[in-house]
Design a protein around this ligand. Structure first.
Ligand SMILES: *Cc1c(COP(=O)(O)O)cnc(C)c1O
Length: 396
């Protein structure tokens, strides 16, 4: 009899009772807006900012409505003006091109390599050809490029590095926390990321002027003095009339859900990596799958796993994905011509204008399959899932 896996791949763990209790407490006060504080009260959103800045090891933090909004705000606060060229790796999620578009940037998409990292030779070539002064680096699916090399290129070429850490909250490169390599970093607290408030975003930076601009952009009005991890009044006075209000504030309720999660997030990274390890070991049994080789300097968070199927053509991949689904295992194919659910390829972001030719990225994505690893899966679940994938693939 063939085994069928029967748990959903999109089921998160419940919000803790402590977080629920705090959220209820805040609802009882009615003070949900972050600037609606009682005398001498520090809002929940400000407390979250202080705690996240301390955890991340950054001077300043802004909590906002989503990861995508954090990116748009980061671009603007870093100085991107309409028409400015911005380098960005072509393999990412749709909120990234959306943020570039909203900021009026002219995206210059960069190729990825076999292991889903930005291709650094192409980055240099495109930087040279475009004259771009900004690089929005998305650590897509948690794969971290050689950040020592990236930082060297950015310094030499005077590129402002903006990091999208939606999948690398908690990861490190060479001992440095992901998000602390560039000028500014963006994180997401959307349900499928590493902390969950439904929607939510965080931005961190050590640059006081960038932080002040970001806070005013998020919609602080002239209440920026109530922020938790913010620069001084003097810095705000310099930028406050030049930064548009994008109304992207985080509310106290979401902050209440996130604070207790931040307290246990490091434990969750360990739990993710245990699950990743079991899946990886199981999937490596198939000679038909290629799994990423993680480098020594990369300490990643295994909240998803990617694999390549070099031996399958497009028709076979679709059949393989369908056969896995039949057995309850959900794989996403990044090479599909048709964007589906959360997954879309760069050539479907038509609003960006002319679609660039990125043959290497297309070739890698043509064989890229992706699987979520929710923490509601047990180790036994992960072993079973790997067994099913290997088993199905043997039949091809
Ligand atoms: C989720 C995600 C974001 C931000 O998403 P929001 O839903 O706006 O919080 C940004 N980049 C990547 C790569 C993502 O996966």
């Amino acid at each position: 009899m063939t085994r069928r896996f029967n748990k959903p791949f999109t089921q998160q763990e419940p919000i803790s009772e402590a977080a629920i209790a705090r959220a209820v407490e805040i609802m009882r006060t009615g003070r949900l807006h972050r600037y609606n504080v009682a005398e001498d009260e520090i809002s929940e959103a400000s407390l979250l900012e202080q705690e996240y800045a301390a955890w991340q090891g950054a001077r300043y933090c802004l909590a906002c409505t989503s990861g995508g909004q954090a990116i748009q705000i980061a671009l603007r606060a870093a100085g991107v003006k309409p028409g400015d060229a911005v380098l960005a790796n072509a393999y990412t999620l749709a909120p990234v091109p959306g943020a570039l578009h909203a900021a009026g940037a002219r995206p210059v998409l960069v190729e990825i390599d076999q292991d889903w990292h930005t291709d650094l030779a192409d980055l240099e070539a495109k930087a040279e050809a475009s004259g771009a002064k900004f690089f929005l680096l998305s650590h897509m699916r948690g794969h971290i490029a050689d950040m020592d090399a990236v930082v060297e290129i950015c310094e030499r070429r005077r590129l402002v590095l903006i990091e999208d850490c939606a999948h690398t909250m908690g990861a490190h490169w060479n001992g440095v926390r992901s998000g602390n390599h560039g000028r500014v970093a963006c994180f997401s607290a959307q349900t499928y990321k590493h902390i969950n408030s439904g929607e939510g975003g965080l931005l961190t930076t050590d640059d006081p002027e960038l932080a002040a601009r970001a806070i005013v952009h998020s919609g602080s009005y002239m209440l920026y003095g109530r922020h938790g991890a913010a620069p001084d009044e003097e810095t705000f006075r310099r930028v406050r009339l030049d930064s548009a209000n994008l109304s992207a504030r985080m509310d106290n309720l979401r902050a209440a859900l996130l604070r207790p999660q931040l307290a246990v997030v490091d434990e969750n990274f360990v739990r993710w990596n245990e699950r990743y390890g079991v899946l990886e070991q199981g999937l490596r049994r198939s000679p038909h799958l290629r799994l990423p080789e993680r480098r020594q300097h990369e300490a990643f968070v295994g909240s998803s796993i990617q694999m390549q199927t070099p031996g399958l053509d497009r028709v076979a991949i679709l059949r393989f994905v369908a056969a896995c689904a039949e057995r309850g295992v959900e794989l996403k194919w990044f090479g599909d011509d048709e964007p589906r659910a959360f997954t879309s390829r760069y050539d479907s972001w038509r609003y960006l204008g002319e679609v660039p030719e990125l043959p290497q990225t297309l070739a890698v994505l043509a064989h890229t399959l992706d699987m979520r690893i929710p923490l509601t899966f047990t180790m036994e679940d992960c072993a079973e899932i790997a067994g099913i994938v290997v088993d199905v693939l043997n039949g091809f």
